[in-house]
Design a protein around this ligand. Structure first.
Ligand code: HEM
Length: 329
């Protein structure tokens, strides 16, 4: 995690510095998508992936989009055709890189998977490595793009909270170029509460598909084994009996006191049980590191009365890209 924090910190600091040179209107969603993709590529593939980086990340984007495309055949001109082409490119890139990484090693996840062995000592197959990497890149970047966009949207709509979080960041006492440490992240409880509240309002995975493995009854309905069941965080996060005034942004819902008697599955953006998100600490680390650099350098605002429309499925995103204005602070 330490080496990931260092690479996230460098990547985020550079991108925020670039945003700072272009104050004015900005579309947050596409900017965030580019940032999270670049961060996922450098964290998981390693910093030295060279000039292919744009092409590889583009291939991932096409693959992810194809996973939820309506037309499921790779007909010419469709998203599915672009996804299949993207996957071919990724398979070719990884197949070429695996022997190199086995030879040379490295801290990044790709190099680690290339060195990893099964219990019997056998190395993971090329296919295993490709599947793990593809899943990880998808799991990590779309969810963070969505949650960081809704987080910034909430801060633009609630300047009072933006000011509180900026005070928390400034209280860390970090010079502009100074690296963020784990201790710094620990000292950002309000930021964490605001990020949690953004994910309550717009859970990045609004529905989690499951299949019943045995017969059960829910609220009087008999569900036979094999039934497809959708666990729905978007619904749960807006239940007024758990979340009074559910559509209001209020990070104070996440104080220790407020959380004490809440059901443990009332807030489930990362799922729960055996398959709960493996990357949740990584997600908090990236979100807080981003908040540190963004709030230390920029302020964000929106036009009076602006109410962006969000498409909530399969992963929440603002239809217009989320129009805000950024200024240097
Ligand atoms: C805000 C960011 C994120 C959200 C909201 C999120 C949400 C989720 C959800 C809802 C699941 C499914 C849980 C279930 O089936 O019960 C999941 C699984 C998973 N996530 Fe995340 N995720 C995020 C970021 C990440 C990151 C950054 C990584 C990798 C570094 C990651 C890696 C995984 C993996 C490997 C699984 C599969 C776990 C399993 O099946 O055992 N996620 N995530």
């Amino acid at each position: 995690m330490k080496s990931y924090l260092a690479s996230l910190d460098t990547g985020i600091a550079a991108r925020v510095a670039q945003w700072k040179t272009q104050p004015g209107p900005m579309l947050i969603y596409p900017a965030m998508k580019q940032l999270t993709l670049d961060l996922a590529a450098t964290s998981f593939l390693g910093a030295g992936i060279g000039p292919e980086v744009d092409e590889i990340t583009r291939s991932f984007v096409d693959m992810v989009a194809a996973a939820v495309a309506v037309i499921r055949r790779p007909l010419p001109g469709t998203q599915m055709a672009r996804g299949v082409k993207g996957r071919k490119r990724i398979v070719a890139y990884f197949s070429e890189q695996i022997p190199i990484r086995r030879e040379k090693g490295g801290e990044d996840l790709f190099s680690q998977l290339c060195q990893a062995t099964h219990e019997d000592g056998a190395l993971l197959s090329t296919q295993d490595i490709i599947d793990h990497m593809s899943f990880l890149m998808m799991a990590a970047h779309d969810t963070l793009t969505s949650s960081l966009t809704s987080f910034i949207g909430a801060l633009a709509a609630h300047p009072e909270w933006q000011a509180k979080l900026r005070d928390e960041v400034l209280a860390l006492g970090l010079a502009p170029g100074e690296p963020t440490t784990f201790d710094n992240l620990e000292a950002m409880p309000l930021t964490e509460m605001a990020f949690k509240e953004a994910m309550r309002l717009k859970p990045p995975v609004p529905s989690i598909p499951r299949r019943a493995i045995r017969d059960f009854t829910f609220k009087g309905f008999a569900m036979p084994a094999g039934t497809m069941v959708g666990v729905n965080p978007l619904f749960t996060h807006h239940m007024p009996e758990i979340w009074p005034d559910p559509d209001t942004f209020d990070p104070m819902r996440f104080t220790d006191e407020a959380q004490r008697n809440r059901h443990r599955f009332a807030w489930v953006p990362f799922g729960g049980g055996a398959h709960m998100c493996l990357g949740l600490h990584f997600a908090y680390m990236q979100a807080k590191c981003f908040a540190r650099h963004f709030l230390q350098n920029l302020s964000v605002s929106q036009q009076a009365g602006y109410q962006p429309e969000w498409q909530m499925w399969p992963i929440p995103k603002p239809r217009d890209g989320l129009r805000v204005t950024v200024k240097a602070v």
